[in-house]
Design a protein around this ligand. Structure first.
Ligand code: AP5
Length: 213
């Protein structure tokens, strides 16, 4: 299964990708997590990506295309993988199709997470992320047992620099302008399924499982 999770920032792609990855043993390939890891170690890639990410803009296509082309060749991807946050532009989707085709593969399904913008702002502005293991929490709906500490690894919970309200508004605009056209792209390929991602986490998980049957 080569699965694309498509949807606006805060729609729950990362939350569901982690759950599905655990259940099916398909790795979660999150370009956002890969870029944040590059920023943490201070690599040239990280330095280049940071200025785009802090503003809520997309990192140039050629950077993320290269990351995914390399990562999908790892042995752990041989039984399938979950793309979380990639592709995000039509050129990225076209490049993914070419890369997979050159290996005799293709995307099986693209699942669109549908949520209203007003709900997304509440989710993102309250999100807290573990700086060590990337586990996710929310100040109102998913609190850790001990304030500011990750339940899973004891790491420190932080607010992402792009989860500030002004940056969130730009991320939503970027989504509608540059990523939403992928809905038509995958509809045309007859691979698109839509799920109501405004429901609670368990219900979305059930809907996602149903959409990949
Ligand atoms: P990335 O890290 O991919 O961020 P994103 O797509 O903006 O998505 P998020 O991680 O913000 O949200 P999500 O949908 O995963 O929701 P989550 O599960 O976390 O990208 C960051 C940046 O990197 C981009 O802006 C760009 O600069 C760059 N980048 C990355 N990929 C790129 C690419 N391909 N091309 C170019 N640039 C790229 O949930 C959010 C919150 O809601 C959490 O607190 C969670 O607990 C809560 N929540 C989740 N589900 C529910 C639910 N059902 N009900 C209630 N609360 C929920």
């Amino acid at each position: 299964m080569i699965l694309v999770l498509l949807g606006p920032p805060g729609s729950g792609k990362g939350t569901q990708a982690k759950r599905l990855s655990t259940e099916k043993s398909w790795p979660q390939l999150s370009t956002g997590d890969m870029l944040r890891a590059a920023i943490r170690i201070g690599s040239d890639l990280g330095k280049r990506a940071k200025s785009f990410m802090d503003k809520g803009s997309l990192v140039p296509d050629e950077v993320v295309i290269g990351l995914i082309a390399e990562r999908t060749q790892s042995p752990d991807c041989s039984q399938g993988f979950i793309l979380d946050g990639f592709p995000r532009t039509v050129p990225q989707a076209e490049s993914l199709d070419r890369t997979l085709a050159s290996r005799g593969l293709a995307t099986n399904r693209a699942v669109l997470f549908e949520v209203d913008d007003s709900q997304l702002v509440r989710r993102l502005s309250g999100r807290r992320t573990c700086e060590k293991c990337s586990a996710m929490y929310h100040v109102e709906t998913q609190q850790p047992k001990a304030l500011g500490i990750c339940d899973q690894c004891g790491g420190k919970l932080i607010q992402r620099s792009d989860d500030l309200e002004t940056v969130i508004q730009n991320r939503l605009k970027v989504y509608h302008d540059q990523t939403a056209p992928l809905v038509g792209f995958y509809e045309h390929q007859k691979k698109l399924r839509r799920i109501d991602a405004s429901l609670d986490i368990a219900s979305v998980q059930k809907a996602l499982a149903g959409s990949i049957q």
